[in-house]
Ligand binder design. Structure first.
Ligand code: GTP
Ligand code: MG
Length: 831
């Protein structure tokens, strides 16, 4: 049978880092306590002593002690007690050894072989502190090794020892002894434990004395130990739990003096200095706002746009110049030609000569450039230099129009340019190495093999337009993920939770609620799972309900799309979505906390702030890639499937002559169009009561990336680009209302599944989803109505409703809150 080795230790001591190294997995690592909330299993790599399937490593959530308070601590303890691994590799944070040993003294009592690995030895050495491992091993009665999980030093030694002990099955025997009167009571209780194996007796005896009811529930028979508890409590004038906690600390301080020497005369560490500024009462929030603004600004507006433009217009558009060599020269040549064409078209249109128009139509099948030049020269010769022609210019991207008047003199110049270019638009391939875009390549390929029209439509208008629109945002997303990975692994995220605690506390939420939200800015599913670290059940439920308000990575493409298409790429849109999410969370916190179901004090916030450290490039890139890859995988599966369904239901429908494929200008008769039209009235108060936006919101429930894919298909029909068509369908107010609705409404199916799992209750699941959709509906209604009032001055019933809703909202926010006068603090947790 395979040997099971569990990694146990305090939160943030590096268990997952070690787990990844030992098994080659890619589990998420972050620099704050409570990253791992579920146990994970992996096979030990050969180089560390594994051999195929014979050694299994378990990564567990971090725990401070074997008395669990939160869900993820229960996971770890149940595994250790219930499933009993063959050995425990107890990871200890070398920079915080005294506190970490508290758990170690308990692990030693479980009767399972224990090897202690003092981790972060690289930092200990850098700080100049000294740990005497030999002495520590002797005092604790178990092998102790020094390792650095990050730098990969000493880890094969640790696994070798653990495997050895597991094979020998030599259980750790706690060598530490408490005060004699405590020991004698423990001994009496041990004698009463008849059906417990010898090596586990001490653990169960102590747990019984500590009145741990969860353990009692797991025992076959529970002896009555109230007399012993009473005896100990009277003798030492304290409750048994505190007595035992004290005994452990007394023991730890007795050994720590001999085993650990801190370097003399240490002043403030760099971390402390940074924290003085970053967590400063006045500076903390502005700094946080600036950091988040930069993150979103860079990922969506600057680097991100550049990369996304390349992906959208190049890879999934016409094509691009390799290394952009030649782009400048091409544009210089293309621009005068386009201008010349505009002038010539203006005069030809004004003249109304259809035969001439046909001759210069470069798209026609029998186009002859030489004939076109001759015809245009002849035409221009008959036009006076002072003649004028009116023309309407249309911007290809935005469809914005501009009226201009050209003169005959300009026409003469234009004809020269036209003749010089040989009546043909400059070919980008002449200016550099031109790489055609995917649609262009596919189109010529499909034409060559004589592909059926409907299949060509499916591939080009369905799959490439939909999946391509989504994949086009991958570069942008990777930039965002690099930033998040960096902030997470350097330690700043932990500070944010600390900063936000000061604010959240005022609204009855704990700062711990903020961690799920930060994780949620990558993906909502782990964000919702991270709520397990919140011990108070009401706070946990409330956090689950509100976490997905934060824009996750999948909502980013859609935010960028709205910003680009409707707001001309304005820089404020993306950060504003982030702050809208936070505002929704805070307001929900305040409002819900004042309702009967959620009232009560927030749980005290205890979280240590880990020291800052530079993350390795590998960690950041790995984390970026993990998240990015899951996005790409989704594009290849769920989104691919959805785009096919959306394409089919868009281009097929029932017409007067039965069910058939539709032309581009008929898609309002499509199946999807009909469904959208049936439901679109719902969003009339929000200003986007058109079927396209309605359908996009619905497909967004499958996966938020779908919104972009669906818009890509629905708005690519007809003239102009997708962005241009969107711009024509939305005003600023309705565009932002659309953004707000899809940002706040129920998340994707995967996240709804996570809500269902974590709530573990159908009624609560519906409360959560209902609340999210309701809030989204109200907020987007107010955005549209008030936005329209401001931009156009239009006032109607909708505006009145919006004002009433806002008044109601303000009332809910500010109605008095019965603050309880007693603060229930669990002293064990704070200690
Ligand atoms: N310098 C240094 N940093 C380390 C070492 N081991 C882990 N870290 C860092 O410590 C932080 C926490 O690592 P994790 O592996 O997530 O810790 P964990 O024990 O799994 O934490 P929880 O899942 O919250 O219990 C990360 O930022 C790691 O990069 C080490 O040996 N040296
Ligand atoms: Mg972990």
């Amino acid at each position: 049978m395979a040997i099971k080795i569990a990694l146990a230790g305090n939160p943030n001591c590096g268990k997952t880092t070690l787990f990844n190294a030992l098994t080659g997995s890619n589990q998420f690592v972050g620099n704050w306590p409570g990253v791992t909330v579920e146990k994970k299993e992996g096979k030990l790599k050969k180089q560390y002593g594994g051999n195929g399937d014979d050694v299994i490593i378990m990564d567990l959530p971090g725990i401070y002690s074997l008395s669990p308070y939160t869900l993820e601590e229960v996971v770890a303890r149940n595994y250790l007690i219930g499933e009993r691994p063959d050995a425990i590799l107890n990871l200890v944070d070398g920079t915080n050894i005294e506190r970490n040993l508290y758990l170690s003294t308990q692990l030693m009592e479980l009767g399972i072989p224990v090897v202690m690995a003092v981790n972060m030895i690289d930092i200990v050495n850098k700080n100049g502190d000294k740990i005497n491992v030999a002495k520590l091993a002797e005092k604790l009665g178990c092998p102790v090794v020094e390792i650095s999980a990050l730098k990969l030093t000493g880890i094969e030694n640790a696994t070798k020892k653990a495997i050895e002990l597991a094979q020998k099955k030599s259980a750790a025997v706690a060598v530490h002894k408490f005060a004699p009167e405590v020991e004698s009571v423990i001994e009496t209780v041990e004698k009463k434990l008849t059906d417990v194996p010898e090596e586990q007796k001490r653990f169960f005896a102590i747990k019984l004395l500590e009145k741990d009811d969860k353990i009692q529930a797991q025992m076959k028979s529970v002896p009555d130990v109230s007399a012993e508890i009473k005896q100990l409590e009277t003798a030492m004038d304290d409750d048994t739990e505190s007595i035992i906690t004290n005994e452990r600390y007394t023991y730890i301080s007795s050994i720590i003096k001999e085993c650990y020497t801190k370097k003399e005369g240490q002043k403030l560490t760099t971390s402390d200095k940074i924290d003085k500024i970053v967590t400063n009462r006045w500076l903390a929030l502005p700094i946080f706002a600036v950091v988040m603004f930069i993150v979103y600004y860079v990922s969506v507006t600057t680097v991100g746009t550049w990369a996304t433009d390349w992906a959208n217009d190049g890879v999934f558009g016409d094509g691009w110049h390799l290394f952009t060599i030649g782009t400048g020269a091409y544009e210089e040549a293309a621009e005068p030609y386009d201008d010349a064409m505009n002038v010539i078209n203006a005069f030809v249109e004004a003249d109304g000569d259809e035969a001439l128009a046909a001759v210069i139509d470069s798209e026609s099948e029998d186009y002859d450039p030489a004939a076109a030049v001759a015809a245009v020269q002849e035409f221009a010769a008959g036009i006076d230099a002072s003649a004028t022609a009116d023309y309407t210019l249309e911007d290809e991207e935005t469809l914005a129009t501009e009226d201009v008047t050209y003169t005959g003199a300009e026409l003469a110049e234009a004809v020269d340019v036209y003749a010089a270019d040989g009546a043909e638009a400059p070919d980008p391939a002449d200016y550099g190495i031109w790489v055609p875009g995917v649609p262009a390549l596919l189109e010529s390929g499909l034409d060559a093999i004589g592909c059926a029209d409907w299949l060509k439509g499916l591939i080009l208008d369905g799959i490439v337009a939909g999946v391509g629109a989504v994949l086009g945002f991958v570069p942008q997303m990777l930039v965002l993920f690099i930033f998040l990975a960096f902030l997470e692994s350097c330690g700043y995220m932990a500070r944010i939770a600390f900063i936000m605690d000061r604010i959240f506390r005022k609204f009855g939420l704990s700062g711990k609620s903020f961690i799920p939200m930060l994780i949620g800015s990558g993906c909502g599913v782990p964000g919702i799972m991270a709520s397990r670290t919140i011990e108070n059940d009401r706070d946990r439920k409330m956090t689950i309900m509100t976490t997905t308000f934060i824009p996750c990575g999948a909502k980013l493409p859609f935010i960028a799309m709205v910003a680009g298409a409707i707001f001309g790429g304005a820089a404020w849109v993306a950060p504003s979505a982030y702050f809208l999410g936070i505002a929704a969370i805070i307001c929900s916190g305040i409002i819900l906390k004042k309702t009967k179901i959620f009232e009560g004090d927030p749980a005290p916030f205890v979280m240590e702030l880990p020291a800052y450290h530079w993350p390795t490039v590998g960690t950041v890139l790995r984390s970026m890639w993990e998240r990015g890859w899951s996005f790409i995988k989704k594009a290849g599966t769920i989104i691919l499937l959805s785009t096919i369904v959306v394409w089919f239901t868009t281009y097929f429908g029932f017409t007067e002559d039965g069910f058939r494929m539709l032309a581009e200008d008929e898609i309002d008769m499509s199946i999807l169009g009909k469904i959208g039209q049936c439901l679109a009235w719902i969003f009339i108060p929000q200003g986007f009561g058109n079927w396209q936006a309605t359908v996009a919101s619905i497909t967004g429930l499958v996966a938020k990336e779908n919104i972009v894919g669906t818009m890509g298909i629905l708005y690519s029909a007809g003239e102009g680009s997708v962005y241009a068509n969107m711009a024509a369908h939305f005003t600023a107010a309705s565009g932002y209302a659309f953004l707000a609705f899809n940002l706040l409404c129920a998340p994707c199916f995967a996240a709804m599944g996570a809500i269902k799992r974590e709530m573990n209750n159908t009624r609560w699941f519906w409360i959560a989803v209902g609340y999210q959709c309701g809030l989204a509906y109200v907020v987007s209604l107010c955005v549209y109505q008030i936005g329209t009032l401001i931009t156009t001055g239009a006032f109607g019933i909708g505006t009145v409703v919006a004002f009433l809703l806002i008044i109601g909202f303000i009332y809910l926010l500010f109605r008095p809150y019965k603050e309880s006068t007693t603060l229930k603090v669990d002293s064990r947790k704070v200690a």
